[in-house]
Structure formats: structure tokens, C-alpha cells
Design a protein around this ligand. Sequence first.
Ligand code: S3P
Length: 468
Amino acid sequence: MDPTRPFGYRTGQNTQQESIAMSSHGPARPMSSLKSAPLRGEALVPGDKSISHRALILGALSVGETRISGLLEGQDVLDTGKAMQAFGAKVTRIEAGEWRVNGVGVGGFQEPSDVIDCGNAGTGVRLIMGAMATSDITVTFTGDASLRARPMGRITDPLALFGTETTGRSGGRLPLTMKGAKNPIPVCYKTPMPSAQVKSAVLLAGLNAPGETVVIEAEATRDHTERMLAGFGAEISTEIMAEGRVITLKGQPELLGQTIAVPRDPSSAAFPVAAALLVEGSEILVPGIGQNPTRNGIFTTLIEMGADITFENERIEGGEPVADLRVRFGPLKGIEVPPARAPSMIDEYPILAVIAATATGPTVMRGIKEMRVKECDRIDAMARGLEANGVRVEEGEDYLIVHGMGAVPGGATCKTFLDHRIAMSFMCLGMAAEKPVKIDDCGPVETSFPDFIPLMERLGAHFRKENG
Ligand code: S3P
């Protein structure tokens, strides 16, 4: 990374998802993935994206210095760091993964002098909206073509209950301008969909409201915000009741800067893990992977499919459970994934669909409607790409069924729609398919896994740059 440009840079985007030809970093960079020899070695995947965003935001909302190690230096997180700087925090990169944030304290956000551009990051923009919603400032948010197409009403609706006012495009989409509540009132909010982003936005807004803010979620979603708020000194509790998880936060705490070791991202680990499961003769080690039970559904699912994964050296790092994963190739069978597991592996369904294509029998994934509002409509993107490569799929509003056939023909080009996880999933498919699988743009991997291509090549992957 260029240290003189600590927050990276981006160029403009098209607005139509179907016609996106530019990546987040300029012209699209097509790439092919060819059948791979057995994978060997150690895969050091980057820091957890969810925890990295939260470390920067909570650091900015604290008094004193927050020291972060293992921060993901992907574009999404860099955009959040840049935003925190615009709100008045001092954000400094010391060396790779090692960052310092000197915060402004709860209620201390300044009004940014320019538009906040969160790039591709749904988590970034939604959490930052929550963090500023109860400060008396006005902020305009935007993002790339993917982010501008995503629904924001799920965030602006609960924030309006605090007294926040928002004007956006139709459907509440970006760009939008948010006027923070001058005299915020605390809120009790039941999330209408399983979303850690919605939950977190409400909790972050509740920080600068007097009294208690309560969030009720029917299904457990990732709980990094709750864990980290407690770590920064907030009074926060979670009770399991008949209606779900009831999370209560006492407003207007003084958060104090912390030392945070970010664990490696289970969502990023899923790609080398999948590749080792797909490519015959492989055995790899994926060290230090977060095993928070609200995040590790993919590993439970893979083991049910017959995957040979062992969890070694289980430990607690930075307040999160962590393990080294040893993964060996072996035949997998299709299964029905319990819908209740969806929130704990929502970002992993694209790569699961690829694994399912090489397994025997159908893999049934239900209760996954939320996949349709991610960086792209991921059910559609996976269904179209798999079909093009000779895999039979069935899809509906909230389900995807992949009919595994052992061998995948391959040979097609997949559209990635500015979605990092779609890009990495099809790169993994090519490693096991009979003919190369091409993606129209590998640029989006920069958002969450900047080293994906060299890391996979070091394990033995065979990727080839293409000319369009
Ligand atoms: C995230 C929550 C999930 C997930 C996203 C990261 C977070 O989104 O898909 O990649 O860090 O809170 P939803 O909250 O929309 O499910």
C-alpha cells in the first residue's frame, strides 16, 4: 500500500448493476482461473472486516488512543478510516495492519466538510450513519454503483425514531443527506430482518441518546458491536427472551480508547478452505480464524457435508474465539442447510454454492432472502454464473438449490457485479472445473481481501490475467 495515500482512491461508477463495467479501481480487470494442482501451505487471510470497521468507528467515538493490530487494509475499511478522519478523529497507519485512532468521544463528531464516500461498503455506511445520527450535524453519504443501489431505509427508518431526518433518492437510496437529531430520544427497536448492520446502527445511535436504547432481534446476528461496546466501557447487556435477543445499552457513556487485536476473517478464510476442499490432493493450514458462534455457520455446514476440517490450537484472541483450521480434500455430499443458520453464514452462501456444485447431490439453501440485497443480488449472480458453467440450479425469492455433479464443466465467463465475494467464489470454481472459469473483473476483491490472488497462487492456484 502506498503510505502517502493511506486511504486508497477510487474512480466514478456507472449506476446500472447490469452494465457495470468499471471496477472500484478503474477499468475492469478480467481474470481466468484454471484447474489447479493440489494446494499446499499456509493461508494467512486478512483481518476481520466487520471487526475492523467497528474498531475504527468505536476508536473515533472514544476518548484517548485506540491501538489496532491486524486491521484489514481493504478498500471498505480504508473508506471507513477516511470517514472517521472527516468526523474529526485522527487515524494513523503505523505499519501493515497496525493503526492508531485518537477519538473525539461520544457526541464529539464534527460536521464533515465534504460528502462521505463509503465506496462499496454497506457495513461502513450503515454503521457510520448510526454513529452520527444523534449528533447535531448534517452529512451527505454516497458510494459506488453497488452501494448506491442498496436499500438504506432499513437504517434511516429506525434512526428517524431518535429524531434524525433523512433525504435520499427514491427507495431511500444513496446519495442521501442525514441531519442528526439535536435532542435525541432513546429508542426501543425490533429489527424487521436479521441484520447486524441494522442492530449496530441503532446501538451506535443510542450511544449519544440519554437513557436506555433497546434493540430486539428475533434471530441472532453477529455480535461484534455488543462485544466491542462492552470492551470500550459501555454498559450493555443481552438477555435471551421469548421474542429473541434483547440488547440494552445505557446512553452517553464515556468510551475509552482500547487495544484491539483483530482476528482473521472467517468469511475470507472460507475461500482458501473451499479451494482445498475442491482441489483433489490438497491440504492447507488456515491459522488464527475467528470462531465467533454468530459467524462460523459455514464450518458447521461444511463438516455436515463431510469436509475434513480440524480445529487446532483453539484460543481467545482480542476477546474473540479463534482456531487454526487444517483442511484436507475429500468427497462432499449435498445437504439441506438449516435456514436458522443463515445469519451466521450469510456472506458464505456464494462460496457454499460453488462447493455444492462439486459435491454429490443437491444442496438446499433456504431462508436466504437477505442475499438479494448484498453488494449485488447474490442468489441471481451465483445462479447465472453456475448455470453458465454447466451446473443445474433452482432458485426462488429466498432459496437456492444447487445440484452437485462431482465434476463441473466450467468454460464460461461470470459477471461479478462489483461484488468481491462473487468474484472470489468463481475464481475458486475455476480451480476445480474441467475448463477455465473467467470472471469479468477481479478488482472488487480489493474491498475485503487485497492479497487474495497472490495468496491463492502461493498455495498452488493457476490464475491468468485476461484482456477483456
Ligand atoms: C455485517 C453484517 C452483514 C454482512 C456484512 C457485514 C456487519 O450484513 O452481510 O458483510 O459487519 O455487521 P447484514 O447486517 O445486512 O446482514
